[in-house]
Design a protein around this ligand. Structure first.
Ligand SMILES: Nc1ncnc2c1ncn2[C@@H]1O[C@H](COP(=O)(O)OP(=O)(O)OP(=O)(O)O)[C@@H](O)[C@H]1O
Ligand SMILES: [Mg+2]
Ligand SMILES: [Zn+2]
Length: 265
């Protein structure tokens, strides 16, 4: 009790100063036990500037920015996108699209990426001659979706197949867990279908990958060039897989241009 009385009665002689801007603190008085015999005035001092609040806000913002960057880095890492395709953004492709003749295709895909909503999108099927920009455009879709916080995967069909074959060999042929890893993504790019050689096991895995994407309604983007599609059609059982692909893909775009590769030389 004695302590409190001391505090209550002590006048604030010397005011502190803000250690950031040097401004003197302000005096504040509170009436305690008002109207009662023990009525007291409590005098305290408080900062007269908002340096502390500003610092707290800045700290919070910097923590949030750091968390956002970490999340983005993680999304990029999970996507398996290579440094080369990480640079293929709509912004970059836009500047040359007219010259390369794929401006219309770019617009459609940009719209797809901008309107992307979880679980509501059709798949994409891009066909066209080699070097017309199919893979670059799907990379741009992925980069845009990652920027918007979606979890995407960007792989060639060959690389995905190798991953499944390795997993299968290490797990007695059980690829179900890896299929479940695949369907956790919001958008999956499977680049260059048809380039790989098909054994029976590879055919079975390809079928299960497509079938699972379809059953779990994962929007996927595929690219293929006409020769590869021709090749695929000739392989027994691939007819069924191609039919399923058509089911997944509501957005089919044919890149009409000639090869643009190596233009800058
Ligand atoms: N709009 C664009 N702006 C700048 N570069 C472009 C554009 N479109 C395509 N390119 C360039 O053209 C080249 C070929 O593109 P890409 O690899 O995407 O073609 P592709 O159709 O996937 O070929 P393939 O069928 O052989 O896989 C790349 O160097 C790519 O950067
Ligand atoms: Mg390609
Ligand atoms: Zn201050």
């Amino acid at each position: 009790m004695q302590k409190i009385n001391e505090i209550l009665n002590s006048d604030i002689e010397k005011l502190d100063k803000c250690k950031y801007c040097g401004k003197e603190y302000k005096r504040i008085e509170y009436k305690l036990f008002e109207g009662k015999p023990e009525e007291k005035i409590l005098r305290v001092q408080a900062p007269a500037c908002n340096c502390l609040k500003l610092r707290e806000e800045r700290e919070k913002a910097s923590i949030e920015a750091k968390e956002k960057k970490e999340k983005l880095d993680k999304l990029f890492e999970n996507s398996l996108i290579t440094p080369y395709f990480k640079k293929k953004t709509f912004e970059n492709l836009q500047t040359k699209a007219e010259e390369y003749g794929n401006e219309k295709e770019l617009k459609k895909l940009l719209q797809y990426a901008q309107n992307f909503k979880k679980g509501e999108m059709p798949g994409i099927f891009l066909t066209g001659k080699p070097g017309t920009g199919k893979t670059s455009m799907l990379a741009a879709v992925c980069n845009e979706l990652i920027k918007r916080g979606f979890n995407v995967l960007f792989v060639t069909f060959s690389a995905l197949m190798e991953r499944f074959l390795k997993y299968s060999a290490e797990h007695n042929g059980d690829i179900y867990p890896l299929l479940m890893w695949l369907v956790k993504f919001d958008f999956v790019v499977i680049d260059d279908i048809g380039r790989e050689n098909y054994t029976d096991r590879r055919k079975e895995i390809a079928y299960r990958i497509i079938d699972t994407l379809l059953n779990y309604e994962v929007p996927a983007g595929f690219t293929a060039n006409p020769e590869m599609l021709e090749r695929l059609r000739k392989i027994e059982d691939w007819g069924a897989v191609l039919d399923r692909l058509k089911d997944i893909c509501g957005l089919a775009i044919n890149f009409k241009g000639e090869s643009l590769r190596g233009r800058k030389w």
